[in-house]
Design a protein around this ligand. Sequence first.
Ligand code: DC
Length: 234
Amino acid sequence: MIITIDGPAGAGKSTAARALAKRLGFEYLDTGAAYRAVAWKVLKEGVNPSEAAAVARVAKEARIEFVQRGDARRVLCDGVDVTSEIRSPQVTTKVWCVADEPEARRALIEQQRKFAVGRNLVTEGRDQGTEVWPEADLKLYLDASPEARAARRLKDLRQFGVEADPEQVRSEIEERDRADRARPVGRLRRTEDMIVIDNTHLTVEEVVCRMAQEVARRRPGVVHGACSRPEGEE
Ligand code: DC
């Protein structure tokens, strides 16, 4: 079974996808981490982010792995643990060079599809339900208000010792939404067949519960325990 979670930046897709996968006993794929890992390698190799062919080469060559170490899930790029570094503001400001490069995207999409072979998967990223898995068994779209997403972003920045102006962060988020919906490749799209969950006022547990209910509607045997029944059904 393939479950996709699309949605705007900062809506909490990774957290929800990880928690849902754990709840179902599925594998989880954070596709943004792969885009970030390639951007990390672009920076490490001193490649010019504006040189599309060079960025595409890095994307094709990068060996990205997700490994479980105890309770923690680590992201490796060419054997180097880059889990923390790929979240740094330096990588965040350069990741566009990978996300906007069609050939780099093709390479990463190929890896994503290979990763899914023989697996039950929860996968998240802004093109998962549209371009990568148009045939997914369940397509979710996770949304949250710009204010809620700005608050989360400020918290993330603080972890890197960066203090930012809340109003500016909020307007950057709105600008980013506009840009993501207009990207030349891999743009953010909400399609008719997606189930929309707005998590502005929901906890992670509540989000996962709603998602699990949608899974249960389609595959009753997959969800065990509480939340296994669709809402309103006894
Ligand atoms: O979700 P994130 O912030 O970790 O994603 C990092 C970047 O990669 C962000 O600019 C969006 C982009 N991305 C993408 O273009 N397609 C995906 N499937 C996942 C992420």
